[in-house]
Design a protein around this ligand. Structure first.
Ligand code: DGJ
Length: 557
């Protein structure tokens, strides 16, 4: 009887764990509709004719076993189809085959509307080591395949290991790959049929040693997620952005400071960020029909048993203007419903009801208890009312619910009844990306993030202006309350160039009258506007330069 009970319990247990649900549990074993663990790694998802198709490395006994393909209606329940790429033929001396035993990694699939073919590019190795660094290009008439090999080669003669494809809005396709023994990243346009690279490739991100590129676009901006180069082991993810894929102009935010020793800024913002939640990026999937909604797809590699590597899929937001990925134990697509309810305010009008969004965490200034912190969206987020003063760029900041005003009292934030004093006045120093440094007019201290952390619950405090402290906040409004407010066009090139002009204007307007040295050795800058500053940094990229201290000659640049 007991044995029967145990068998029953075991069967029930299996039944509950192996059924695909209506949610995603990052890092858990993900079962297909047959109850087998999904064997698709380093891959990508494409959407075609009402179905999602998930392609990935199929592994067996730790070796490559072609490219698998799964299909889903909802992104949760996946049905395994026939292999998209089945190893065929025999190994050739010139290493141009997809015979059994070859290593096939990071398959990426795009559709060519001109040739009406599906095109797959795969990182190709001979099966013994990672020395060949080639790509295998395959095509199919149907999205799910079968894909047949067109060629295996080194693109533009360059070594190509981790690689991805990016299909732009205008139909132009790009191939992006780690090269020069993973030191640099190359980007090249593909020919019209997407089967070969054009010759004018660009060497980018030089010396950064990035792997695992995953690209996506919003408005005029292209974002790239990357990993560092630590084999199968995870490391801090990082992102860069550019307006032009064929230039060397990838950048991180201007006031970037890597607190984790990496180059580029980490897109993971929760605890576990130093290992990208134990994953390595493989793809960013734009969810069809949901504006600016993306899924981060990563691999939690198990190097001794690659087929059992887990899948880490998480929602990715660009609400802050930069990619951020929060951790969820379990989530579904409803996460996207409210992702962009808070929108960047176009003009800081007098009386505007706003929320303050902190740049590096994509979190809102809140007061869950006595003091200010950054938090996820919720009831503790503070709604502020902005009050213009007679001084240019200077505002008073009222807590709407309390009716009290933010004040710097001995360098600490306090909430007081409105009073006519400088300690309740805040200069908003604009930055090129639409963020502001919020600096007190009385003592020059700025709203700052403690320890430069990005996790929810991190305290805010007041400190001197500094390029090594996170001091960037942007003004957002609740679009479900204020349908009358205008949203900033923050993904356009124009937005940044207009901000740059506005920054210069601000620097010119505030000017500098005077510099004084205090008894404790601090330098105080008296601005034309009446503000006193302790730091010569106005805003990232804007400095006060002392030309001649005695002659009182200063320039702002
Ligand atoms: C890191 C890469 O990102 C993976 O795709 C794989 O090639 C491993 N290296 C192999 O060590």
């Amino acid at each position: 009887m007991n044995i029967l009970k145990s068998i029953l319990t075991l069967m029930l247990g299996l039944a509950t764990t192996q059924v695909a649900g209506q949610s995603i549990k990052p890092g858990n074993t993900w079962y297909d509709t047959n109850g087998s663990a999904i064997n698709a790694h380093g891959g990508c998802v494409v959407y075609a004719d009402g179905y999602y198709y998930w392609f990935g490395e199929q592994r067996s006994s730790n070796k490559s076993d072609g490219i698998s393909c799964y299909r889903s209606k909802d992104l949760y329940a996946w049905t395994k189809l026939s292999r998209a790429v089945t190893p065929t033929g025999t190994k050739t001396d010139e290493n141009r085959d997809i015979a059994s035993g070859r290593t096939l990694e990071r398959p990426k699939v795009i559709y060519n509307a001109k040739t009406k073919k599906w095109v797959m590019w795969i990182h190709w190795e001979n099966g013994n080591d990672y020395g060949q660094a080639k790509v295998a290009v395959c095509t199919a008439d149907k999205v799910e395949g079968p894909y047949t090999m067109v060629d295996v080669f080194r693109p533009n003669g360059c070594d190509s290991r981790d690689q991805t494809l990016f299909l732009d809005k205008d139909g132009q396709a790009y191939h992006i790959y780690s090269t020069n023994m993973n030191s640099n990243t190359n980007c090249e346009r593909l020919s019209e049929d997407f089967l070969t690279p054009l010759e004018d490739y660009v060497v980018q991100l030089k010396g950064r040693r990035y792997e695992a590129a995953a690209l996506f676009g919003v408005g005029d901006i292209y974002y790239g997620l990357f990993s560092g180069c630590t084999g199968w082991d995870p490391n801090p993810g990082r992102y860069m952005w550019t307006y032009d894929l064929m230039n060397e102009t990838w950048q991180a935010p201007a006031d970037f400071r890597a607190s984790d020793g990496s180059t580029g800024i980490n897109y993971c913002i929760d605890s576990g960020k130093l290992t990208s939640y134990q994953s390595q990026s493989n793809f960013v999937f734009p969810v069809p029909g949901k504006d600016k909604c993306f899924i981060y797809m990563g691999d939690r590699w198990n190097s001794s048993n690659v087929q059992s590597s887990k899948h880490v899929w998480l929602p990715l937001s660009v609400r802050s203007g930069y990619p951020t990925v929060r951790w969820y134990d379990e989530w579904n697509l409803s996460v996207f419903d409210d992702m962009y309810r808070m929108k960047r305010l176009k003009e800081l009008e007098d009386g505007a009801e706003v929320y303050l969004l902190e740049k590096f965490s994509n979190r809102l200034v809140s007061r869950p208890n006595a003091s200010l912190t950054i938090e996820n969206d919720g009831t503790s987020n503070l709604c502020f009312v902005l009050h213009k003063t007679s001084k240019p760029y200077v505002y008073k900041i009222e807590d709407k619910a309390m009716g009290k005003f933010m004040e710097s009292v001995f360098g600490t934030t306090r909430w007081q009844d409105e009073a006519d004093r400088e300690s309740q006045e805040w200069m908003l120093w604009l930055q090129e990306d639409g963020y502001y440094r919020i600096q007190n007019m009385s003592d020059g201290v700025c709203l700052s993030v403690s320890g430069n952390t990005t996790e929810a619950g991190t305290s805010l405090y007041l400190n001197d202006a500094s390029s090594s402290i996170h001091q960037s906040f942007a003004f957002y409004f609740d679009s479900s309350v204020h349908t009358d407010y205008e949203e900033a066009d923050m993904f356009s090139k124009n937005y940044r160039s207009a901000n740059l002009e506005a920054m210069k204007e601000q620097a010119t307007t505030v000017g500098i009258n005077d510099i004084r040295q205090t008894s404790n050795g601090r330098t105080i800058y008296n601005l034309t506007t009446g503000q006193r500053m302790r730091s010569n940094i106005l805003s990232p990229g804007l400095y006060i330069e002392v030309k001649d201290h005695k002659a009182r000659k200063f320039i702002v640049r």
